[in-house]
Ligand binder design. Structure first.
Ligand code: LCS
Length: 404
């Protein structure tokens, strides 16, 4: 924990970190180097043996990336962090480090499409048993635990259906049985939600999204206790399997993080306003956003997400608009948007829309997709930082074009 850990979120995102630059540079320098020189063979030997501190090779550690790790750990109120070259790198790091053949993993029934693939396909190839369970249903989760269950992995909110799981309830059940709880917090990063404070063992992120916040980096991070993070960064996937971020990307994320509180407030405020607009629109059938008072999970979301919720939501259109199926109507609506971009990703400055069934979750088998609520008519929207009137008027003009 660093000296700024008791300060407000906005202060911490600027001042947390440990780097004191030898030249006095205020901004974190980019140590764009693959390797580090030793004055003597003896010094190199001592650094490799970890008898003295210091950098040896950037796959194993780099000052710019280490500074980023200190900052992300501080933001999540965790002891330590390992940054990775992508969110999938962070997920792979946790799975590879802490699972072995014969273990059983419970994964949330609805997770990002590539996560679903890695857990369903890749893990099982290595002899890990997997069950997909709706973790928002605590009784179902409890019933799914077996003697060999060693990890419960979930997203809250889920991508793209925005379902919430009670992290502290899961942590309580898992704690009784020594099962590790891993929460993907990509959709609701601090200051929205703090999974470690709710009892999770690990929190991970695609920092590609809100943490970098500018749509120009692919990156990931895992945060947890010092011993567990040392296992990942010292001996397993990030160092030996090579999912290391570039120093330049680490620099960009450090820069992006400094405005995170302001950005998150605006993303969430715009998100709520758009969700309310969609809920009141006569052509919209359902809106999935935990910040709507009509959401069955509103009370839990309000507590766990500190009333901020997220900037992401999904929605379905009504059947029969202009004689179209809701699937046809949703494609047409997206094609008519002028300000919002059709693009996968979220947490960017600009509003993004996408069609999960054919894009982010296309590799999830159709039957499983539909069980999780990812229908062909579902649209996901990530509220950007634009002025809300402009986002709503863009939606308005597109709705008018499908309702001729
Ligand atoms: N976890 C979640 C919840 C995600 O949404 C994503 C990517 C990842 C992990 C993986 O992170 P990456 O390797 O891309 O940094 N989600 C995407 C999405 O919904 N649209 O494009 C990517």
């Amino acid at each position: 924990m660093n000296a700024h850990s008791e300060m407000g979120f906005g202060t911490m995102s600027i001042h947390s970190g440990h780097h004191k630059d030898a030249e006095g540079a205020l901004a974190m320098p980019i140590y764009q180097t693959s390797t580090f020189c030793f004055d003597t063979v003896e010094e190199g030997m001592a650094k490799f043996a970890k008898e003295i501190p210091g950098y040896v090779y950037s796959r194993g550690g780099n000052p710019t990336t280490v500074e980023l790790q200190h900052k992300i750990a501080a933001l999540e109120k965790g002891e330590a962090c390992v940054a990775t070259s992508s969110g999938m790198g962070a997920i792979g790091a946790v799975l590879i480090t802490f699972l072995k053949a014969g273990d059983h993993v419970i994964c949330g029934e609805c997770v990002y499409g590539c996560t679903d693939f890695v857990i369903r396909d890749t893990l099982t190839k290595f002899g890990v048993e997997v069950s997909f369970v709706d973790t928002s249903d605590i009784d179902m989760l409890r019933a799914a635990i077996k003697n060999n269950t060693t990890m419960i992995y979930f997203e809250t909110p889920t991508n793209p259906t925005m379902k919430i799981t009670d992290i502290s309830a899961v942590a309580q059940i898992a704690g009784e049985k020594n099962i590790k709880v891993v929460v993907d917090n990509t959709f609701a990063p601090p200051p929205v939600q703090y999974p470690l404070a709710e009892g999770a063992d690990f929190v991970l992120h695609s920092i590609t999204k809100y943490i970098n916040g500018h749509g120009d980096v692919i990156g990931g991070a895992v945060i947890g206790n010092r011993e567990d993070i040392a296992l990942i960064s010292g001996s397993s996937s990030s160092k030996l399997c090579g999912a290391t971020p570039s120093p330049f990307n680490s620099f960009l994320v450090i820069r992006g993080m400094q405005t995170m509180e302001l950005r998150m407030e605006r993303h969430c405020k715009n998100g709520l306003a758009i969700a309310r607009y969609l809920e009141g629109h006569p052509l919209v059938d359902k809106v999935y956003y935990p910040g709507l008072e009509s959401s069955p999970q509103y009370a839990l979301a309000e507590r766990q997400m500190h009333g901020l919720f997220s900037g992401v939501m999904s929605f379905e259109l009504k059947e029969g608009i202009g004689g179209m199926t809701s699937y046809e109507a949703c494609r047409k609506l997206l094609n008519h948007l002028e300000l919002a971009s059709i693009a996968v990703s979220l947490g960017d400055p600009g509003t993004l829309v996408q069609h999960p069934a054919s894009m982010t979750h296309a590799n999830v088998p159709k039957e499983k997709r539909e069980e999780a609520g990812i229908t062909d008519a579902l649209i996901r929207l990530s509220a950007g930082l634009e002025n809300i009137e402009d986002i709503l008027s863009d939606l308005d003009q597109a709705f008018k074009k499908i309702d001729l």
